[in-house]
Design a protein around this ligand. Structure first.
Ligand code: GDP
Ligand code: GDP
Length: 434
């Protein structure tokens, strides 16, 4: 289900401040770990047990003042086309401006759900100022202050209410692959190398999203679906080359897939945009394979692969347990490996371990190396079981779940990964009162 919510509006109304507030809960931690603080214009928002991807369109507006309007127009048009819902931000301290009206005109034409947000309502007095925004003709108005957080709860309540019903948690039967990456890394070339001239199409299956199409293929002995990211294959429209457009497409594809193939250009290595996509897939519990394409262009000796791989693993730490493939769409080197590895990762996403085996393996470990006591409180883990979710998740039942530190969680996760093959799969450890 591609739940991508786009924040639109003219510059300086507070889009990026609102974005930070909506995504703050986990993003802050992730950023600290990965060192990615720049260029983060999309992320995940969690509220009342639901989640969605949010994108700050303002992060992609470039250029000088006089091309602002044309730029914003383009951005909003793409957002309307690609997002499932839109948050339109206006500024209560300036009132309605011409540019607000331009954006409102673009938004009024869509049937998609729009949340009109009057920002910078930092206090009660300012609430009385916002009524003029009803003149934009977009219905309900949310008074918020992105800076102090007031009003954002009501907004989020309504955004998650408008999300489509949760998918059932039955596992997917076939791997659904999405080829994702920055422009020009070779996504379309890889697609062609993988499936050729469509000779092996089995069926077209309507995707979960209105416009997504999953095509089933049989190649190299595997059946799999490709999430059609459109932009990947046909580069007809003018806006195909816009980074914003490619990001919107990627976000939808990540939402729709169960294994994401993150394509890198071997000449560039892993960049901050790639890291953003990686973290998003991780947070969405998607299987991951990293594909270093254009390997034919790299001068190699015996140590090149190992050194290159090490560099990537350092960057993606602590979730290092991800397959990395070195391929060439041009020479078709190791293309079959992509399908084979993606299939392997897909199987890992569905892996179930019997409670008995799990306890036989983990209990001796937690006994010999228990969580460190905190202020004289001893944490005792009694019992471990997998919980029935769409991704591998483990519940550790213990007396003081709130005292278990992240470092100990990572220790347990590493033990699980050493024993059972979860390569390419984000796993979740929950600590619960027994
Ligand atoms: P964007 O260009 O739409 O992304 O706007 P920014 O998020 O960069 O915000 C523009 C300016 O408005 C910054 O100086 C923010 O600190 C300020 N701002 C954003 N939200 C609020 C708010 O809720 N209240 C007040 N008083 N200022 C805000
Ligand atoms: P996309 O924007 O990610 O879909 O990238 P394209 O598939 O359009 O490729 C961008 C450019 O890189 C094109 O000129 C391709 O011919 C080239 N390219 C793609 N894959 C490879 C590869 O494995 N080796 C080399 N040398 N060039 C490649």
């Amino acid at each position: 289900m591609a739940n991508v919510v786009a924040i639109v509006g003219r510059p300086n109304v507070g889009k990026s401040t609102l974005f930070n507030r909506l995504t703050e809960s986990r993003a802050a931690i992730v950023d600290e770990i990965s060192g990615v603080t720049r260029d983060r214009h999309y992320g995940k928002c969690e509220w009342n047990g639901r989640d969605f991807t949010v994108i700050d369109t303002g992060g992609y507006v470039k250029g000088s003042d006089d091309i602002f309007e044309a730029e914003i127009r383009k951005q909003v048009e793409i957002a309307v086309e690609e997002a499932s819902m839109l948050i339109f931000v206006v500024d209560v301290t300036t009132g309605v401006t011409d540019l607000d009206k331009t954006v409102a005109n673009l938004l009024r034409r869509t049937k998609k759900k729009i949340f009109l947000v009057a920002n910078k309502v930092d206090n009660g007095e300012r609430e009385t100022w916002s009524a003029e925004f009803y003149s934009l003709g977009l219905g309900d108005l949310y008074n918020v202050s992105a800076v102090n957080g007031s009003g954002t709860g009501d907004l989020l309540d309504d955004v998650v209410k408008a999300l489509p019903d949760d998918e059932n948690i039955l596992p997917d039967l076939l791997p659904k692959l999405a080829i994702v990456g920055r422009p020009n890394v070779g996504k379309s070339s890889l697609l062609n190398a993988l499936v050729g001239e469509d000779r092996n199409i089995v069926t077209n299956i309507a995707g979960t999203t209105r416009d997504a199409l999953h095509t089933e293929y049989n190649k190299f002995g595997y059946n799999f679906l490709l999430v059609d990211t459109a932009g990947v294959r046909k580069k007809t429209k003018v806006h195909e080359d816009l980074e914003f457009y490619s990001v919107m497409r990627s976000l939808k594809a990540i939402d729709d897939c169960n294994v994401m193939l993150l394509v890198l250009d071997a000449q560039d290595g892993i960049e901050s945009q790639d890291m953003n996509l990686f973290r998003l897939a991780e947070k969405n519990h998607k299987g991951l394979v990293i594909i270093v394409n254009k390997w034919d262009l790299v001068e190699k000796d015996n140590h090149t692969v190992a050194a290159y791989e090490e560099k990537i693993r350092e960057k993606i730490s602590p979730f290092k347990d991800v397959p990395i493939l070195f391929v060439s769409a041009l020479t078709k080197q190791r293309i079959f490996k992509i399908v084979e590895t993606a299939n392997h990762v897909f199987n890992n996403t569905n892996k179930k371990i019997k409670t008995r085996d799990l306890n036989d393996f983990m209990l001796p470990i937690v006994e010999s190396q228990p969580p460190p006591a905190l202020n004289g409180h001893y944490i005792k883990i009694k019992y471990i079981t997998m919980i029935p979710t769409k991704f591998p998740a483990f519940a550790f039942f213990c007396n003081q779940p709130q005292l278990v530190k992240d470092s100990y969680k990572r220790f347990l996760e590493n033990k699980l990964r050493e024993q059972y093959d979860f390569s390419g799969v984000p796993i979740e450890l929950y600590f619960r009162q027994k």
